[in-house]
Write a protein that binds this ligand. Structure first.
Ligand SMILES: Nc1ncnc2c1ncn2[C@@H]1O[C@H](COP(=O)(O)OP(=O)(O)OP(=O)(O)O)[C@@H](O)[C@H]1O
Length: 221
């Protein structure tokens, strides 16, 4: 499902360059729930964004479902992304002018499909938000916004979910509920790569990796 090899990512830093990854390799099988932990600034978000084609690597190969995404142009990359990948970002980024339901159907329209309100309703029900379909994001709690973002990530039935700190800023109970939702998504066969600074979430994953000094080390979950 994921094959990364020889990944290099540098950022300009004044006259020099900052080398975040220098030959990172990583692969993941279909159906895994991979948790990537590591300190702030270790590169977790950058790796996730590279996997999703949102950030271009400086060098190296990144294949998702056998397709080399680092070579795609912007149009190809967004078409591939909307079919294959669902994103759950740390900040849900819902559109405030749209209802919860309309936010969930948005990726369908972006993928060129007609909005399927019934499917979106079923997803909102699955994430525990039935009755909130017409609510504006302005009137939803932080945990509810995360749930809408998860439903939105699932609406195009992606093979891969990339989740960046999806439980940051949530209370322990809501965090547990959100992680159980991800565990259910994993049990249904979807591959998940989640990054977090919270090692306590390891229990939900099938595999745990720690990012340190530009590399990934296998941990026992
Ligand atoms: N666009 C950019 N330009 C320059 N440096 C960047 C850029 N994006 C990220 N970095 C640097 O790359 C490093 C890794 O950042 P990244 O956000 O991937 O870390 P992280 O492990 O996700 O951190 P956190 O847990 O705090 O979100 C940091 O030192 C950051 O400053």
């Amino acid at each position: 499902m994921i094959e990364v090899s020889g990944l290099v990512k540098t950022y300009p830093a004044g006259r020099k360059e900052f080398r975040l990854f220098d030959g990172l390799s990583f692969s993941s099988e279909k159906g895994e729930f991979v948790l990537i932990t590591g300190r702030s600034g270790s590169g977790k978000t950058t790796l996730l964004n590279i996997l999703g084609g949102l950030t271009r690597p400086t060098a190296g190969s990144v294949k998702i479902n056998g397709r080399e995404i680092s070579q795609m142009d912007d149009d190809e990359s967004s078409a591939f992304r909307s079919k294959t990948i669902g994103f759950v970002f740390q900040f849900p980024g819902l559109l405030s002018a749209l209802s919860a339901l309309e936010n969930v159907t948005l990726p369908q329209s972006l993928a060129g499909h007609p909005a399927n309100a019934d499917a979106a309703r079923a997803l909102l029900d699955r994430v525990g938000l039935s009755g909130k379909e017409d609510a504006s994001p302005a009137y939803l709690s932080g945990g509810e916004l995360k749930r809408v973002a998860i439903a939105r990530a699932l609406v195009n039935q992606p093979a891969l979910i990339l989740a960046d700190e999806p439980t940051a800023d949530l209370d322990v109970e809501t965090e547990r509920e959100i992680m159980e939702l991800f565990a259910g998504i994993h049990a249904a066969g979807t591959t998940i790569v989640m990054v977090t600074h919270n090692p306590d979430l390891a229990a939900y994953a099938s595999r745990v990796l720690r990012m340190e000094r530009g590399g990934l080390t296998e941990k026992t979950p």
